[in-house]
Design a protein around this ligand. Structure first.
Ligand SMILES: [Zn+2]
Length: 259
């Protein structure tokens, strides 16, 4: 069923995905980053992704899964199961991925490992799939969801997410250009999700909320288990907390005005 709705939905998801690259290239705004800048930015990114997991994934998924079954316990079981599956999935991945030895940098600071960066990026990549799916579903069910506001919302929140990806790679000593391009590539997961959404319209309205809950679980796990402990090791907890809240509040604001 290749029709105009299909092309519109796919096109919108491609544009939204590309915007992730815009965020990634924002890493060039500053010429050089000190370890302190990087910690600050990682905390900012943690706040952004905490807000994204609650406001864009966990909360809307809860509302939709509630409609699965009139029995709240059954719906609650599906919801809790999906979040748990997300946590378990990324935890397993964490176990399987090879561990590096923690090296002490010459300033006595532990350098952010590439492995941690990739774990974070995989979690971000996973959550872009249900977001893309949602775009696809919105375009094929235009009567009850406004696809344009959804796409604008996803496109705009892709900017801080793209920057987040680039920040975590730069923190792991990857070059800025590679970091920015990786953000762009990760953004392309969204049109893949949209394609799946457009092709599987008949049952994807059930898959989307479950996928959102699962993705919320994976993101929360990486933020809580990897990102926050990494940056909180450097004593200046007040500055770290401030950065987390700045990221969280900014994303909350975006969510509010774009809804
Ligand atoms: Zn997102």
């Amino acid at each position: 069923m290749i029709n105009s709705v299909f092309m519109q939905g796919l096109g919108a998801a491609v544009v939204a995905g590309l915007i992730t690259g815009v965020g990634g290239f924002m890493i060039f705004l500053k010429r050089k980053y000190s370890q302190e800048d990087i910690n600050f930015m990682l905390n900012l990114a943690a706040g952004v992704m905490l807000a994204a997991s609650f406001f864009s994934l966990l909360c809307p998924a809860m509302d939709r899964i509630r409609m699965f079954d009139p029995d709240v316990h059954v719906a609650g079981f599906w919801y809790a199961g999906a979040v748990f599956a997300g946590v378990a999935l990324i935890w397993l991945l964490n176990e399987v991925l090879p561990h590096e030895h923690n090296t002490m940098g010459h300033h006595g600071l532990r350098s952010f490992s590439l492995r941690t960066a990739w774990l974070f990026i995989i979690a971000i990549m996973l959550h872009k799939l249900p977001e893309g799916l949602a775009v696809g579903v919105a375009y094929s069910a235009e009567d009850f969801i406004n696809p344009h506001s959804l796409v604008i919302g996803i496109a705009l929140h892709n900017i801080p997410e793209g920057l987040t990806i680039a920040i975590s790679l730069v923190a792991a000593k990857v070059s800025k250009l590679r970091a920015a391009f990786t953000a762009l590539l990760v953004g392309m997961v969204q049109p893949v999700g949209a394609l799946v959404g457009l092709l599987t319209m008949d049952f994807s309205d059930k898959i989307v909320p479950l996928g959102m809950a699962l993705a919320g679980g994976t993101l929360l796990f990486v933020v809580i288990n990897e990102i926050l402990p990494e940056t909180y090791g450097t004593k200046k907890t007040e500055k770290s907390a401030f950065a987390v809240f700045a990221g969280f509040i900014f994303m909350a604001y975006l969510n509010m005005v774009l809804d």
